[in-house]
Design a protein around this ligand. Structure first.
Ligand code: S3P
Length: 448
């Protein structure tokens, strides 16, 4: 494991300091969800998958290594440009060593679905953060379909060993939690089962798996289910054929320079090629409601996803209430929204945050502790977070708990603070946004 992956490592601290106007035009790295899927579906397809704009963060690189260990030929051709020669939906080989997914829940959970329908034996592991995260939510439906969990740590956690099966049974499964990872794992397992595999979700989650599997030749039907949900039907045993994937910029990464530009007086920043999939843009909706000056320019369709350039200028934000049903469309953005809320006038209420407790860290606790360290009034009631903002934020030392988004969010708060905000470890930022520090400094952020 790399140094960023051992819990005991000493950490690389950094401090975000009050900054002058942020200015410039940037393209944040490729979307993490799409990048993982491009590699995994490339592995399962026959022939060549060419990927451009792949996120070359540690999480995705671990997925690339895992795909190679299962038999794909994975080559880096240039910056963000990759080629995967797949093995087809029945061609995986048993890897000789455990697959290490580092910090990545998406990588490991989707891979469980990938191996489910093939007669291979696979050991899966990750870092201390990933070993704490729940895997039972994925294992339960997969076991019902015929996968065997040969070994697992207490509570069905990593490290664990799975036996896939060439005789999987199709299923109809209603996800108990709104999770694109659980949905995707079941759909990927369904590729190896005859007949229709159905996933029902009460609240629609990001649909990159459905879009990209269709792009690779699978038959998938999506219907509405209740007021906010979807019912997805996949036809098993498709022939997947390698296809080109152009990865748009990650809206979850764009969120950091975007909120930084809103908070720092005089800022004017253009974020280009940002994916605008409506199941990912909850933060933008919320910020617009808060009074943010964001103009959506040049909206277009690229590779089946809508993308746009976002022009962002410093704004006076006001507190709003974010409804629970918006949570799936902005699940990774609550830490940076809490930072925006800390600088907004009045109270911001964020409802329905239960899933934040099982991310790379317990993000609800990590955000609350970080706000407390910076002197920002807030409270957690059940699964809801209340933040009272104001024109002056003090600052202080924040613990990141092996969580890239906690580190980036609080460094951004530092840029608009009186005393600066220091974080104990920036190493994990490399999992999703390796160029974060130089990109922010190029815009004018002072991060020491
Ligand atoms: C992801 C789904 C979400 C999200 C994660 C990426 C995906 O997780 O938090 O960063 O690519 O499917 P859950 O499915 O656990 O909500």
């Amino acid at each position: 494991m790399s140094s960023a992956h051992s819990e005991g490592h000493s950490g690389t601290p950094a401090t975000g300091l009050r900054s002058g106007p942020l200015k410039g035009r940037v393209r944040v790295p490729g979307d993490k969800s799409v990048s993982h899927r491009a590699l995994l579906f490339g592995l399962l397809a026959d022939g060549e998958t060419r990927i451009t704009g792949l996120l070359e963060g540690e999480d995705v690189l671990n997925t690339a290594r895992a795909c190679a260990a299962l038999g794909a030929k994975v080559e880096r051709l240039g910056e963000g440009e990759w080629r995967v020669e797949g093995v087809g939906t029945t061609g995986l080989s048993t890897p000789s060593t455990p697959l290490d997914f580092g910090n990545s829940g998406t990588g490991v959970r989707l891979m469980m679905g990938v191996v489910a329908g093939q007669p291979v034996e696979v050991s899966l592991d990750g870092d201390a953060s990933l070993r704490r995260r729940p895997m039972k939510r994925v294992l339960d439906p997969l076991v019902a379909m015929g996968v065997e969990v040969a070994e697992a740590a207490e509570g069905q956690r990593l490290p664990l060993r799975l036996h896939g099966s060439a005789a999987l049974k199709a299923t109809s499964y209603e996800t108990p939690v709104p999770s694109a990872q659980v949905k995707s794992a079941v759909l990927l397992a369904g590729l190896g089962a005859p007949g229709e595999t159905i996933v029902v979700e009460r609240e629609a989650t990001r649909d990159h798996t459905e879009r990209m599997l269709t792009h690779f030749g699978a038959q998938i039907r999506t219907e509405p289910h209740g007021p906010h949900g979807r019912r997805i039907t996949l036809q098993g045993h498709p022939h997947l054929k390698g296809a080109p994937v152009d990865v748009p910029a990650d809206p979850s990464s764009a969120a950091f320079p975007l909120v930084a530009a809103l908070l720092v007086p005089g800022s004017d920043v253009l974020l280009t090629d940002v994916m605008m999939n409506p199941l990912r843009t909850g933060l933008f909706t919320t910020l617009l409601e808060m009074g943010a000056d964001i103009t959506i320019e040049n909206e277009r369709l690229e590779g089946g996803e809508s993308v746009a350039d976002l022009r962002v200028r410093h704004s006076r934000l006001k507190g709003v209430e974010v409804p629970a049903e918006r949570a799936p469309a902005m699940i990774d953005e609550y830490p940076i929204l809490a930072v925006a809320a800390a600088c907004a006038e009045g109270e911001t209420v964020m409802r329905g945050l239960a899933e934040l407790r099982v991310k790379e860290s317990d993000r609800l606790a990590a955000v609350a502790d970080g706000l407390a360290a910076c002197g920002v009034p807030h409270r957690v009631e059940g699964d809801d977070l209340f933040v009272t903002g104001g024109p002056v934020v003090g600052g202080g030392p924040v613990t990141t708990h092996m969580d890239h988004r906690i580190a980036m969010s609080f460094l951004v708060l530092g840029l608009a603070s009186q005393k600066g905000v220091s974080v104990d470890d920036v190493a994990f930022i490399a999992t999703s946004f390796p160029s974060f520090l130089p990109m922010m400094r190029d815009l004018g952020a002072v991060i020491s």
